[in-house]
Design a protein around this ligand. Sequence first.
Ligand SMILES: Nc1ncnc2c1ncn2[C@@H]1O[C@H](COP(=O)(O)OP(=O)(O)OP(=O)(O)O)[C@@H](O)[C@H]1O
Ligand SMILES: [Mg+2]
Length: 318
Amino acid sequence: MIITVTLNAAIDKSLSVPNFRLGRRHRTVEQRTMAGGKGVNIARTLKTLGQPVIATGFAGGATGTHIVEQLTEESILNDFVRIRDESRTNTSVLDPTTGEQTEINERGPSVSEREVELFRDKLLYLARGAAIVVFAGSLPRGIESDIYAVLIRELERTGVTTVIDTDGEPLRQAVRAEPDVVSPNVIEAEELVGHEFSSEEERSLAVREIAALGPREAIMTLPDGCFAQVLVDGHPCMRRVSVEVRESIAKRGSGDAFLAGYIAARYEGRAPDQCLRFGVACGAESTARLGAGLIDPREARRLMGDVELSEIDLPAKV
Ligand SMILES: Nc1ncnc2c1ncn2[C@@H]1O[C@H](COP(=O)(O)OP(=O)(O)OP(=O)(O)O)[C@@H](O)[C@H]1O
Ligand SMILES: [Mg+2]
């Protein structure tokens, strides 16, 4: 079993508004709502890929009920801690005439210490039947920034594989807790190491630097693939995986699709290079679909043929 953790789960509302202009009144021509938040998106893709997954996290108020109902409707197994405060709704407006997308993300509910404690108990219980736990996304209010770090350390003792995809301070603390895999995008990675990268060499050095902070393996995604320091037969190796950048309809959520593909392959026991290639194919495939976590598995498998992987010399120690 794979567990995805979404502490700041949401209802994602997507509106299609032709000729969208600030300060005007509009009518939507199309509108859809989906349960969201990074971990939820990853769970959706994993389910589509046929992997056993349970989505957990916090869900509160009427929006929380809506999140759980939507997941249940999609047959995505879920087990959320119900909280008093209301889960958030994220709104995105797509103007079909320009292709421009505007997003407004709410801050999210406030979570009490007692609710955090309930979640910790639930996660440790669920993890007993799991091979992989993935933590993804931002934190709601009232939660200490070290929560991912604390949970990763607790899970370490159970032997479950931990994967983390978040940003800012929670990421900084989580990598030091030595998770198995960390997968920031370029911006998150630049923030983590404290400077920008302008060349391929600097990018691979950055991944090396991130891996040196604590995680066993580090993957940095970018629109044309990823850089990754993975363990091959226990030895750290650097990989550059590339795919042709597509004219995308929906870039948002491609990192979630990447991670779901990577985890699905890893759960099946595939070799590290295969996991990276399938992740990149899933990320690329997802950009053709509006709606986070949506992919066509057959198309993703076909795309794997277009994904290139090269071994690069591990840059000198930093
Ligand atoms: N335009 C694109 N064409 C092809 N592949 C893409 C494109 N954009 C993203 N991808 C694929 O998706 C993966 C993740 O991309 P990226 O680093 O941009 O994600 P992200 O910023 O974490 O996204 P999010 O957090 O919104 O899910 C990459 O490994 C890449 O293979
Ligand atoms: Mg991401």
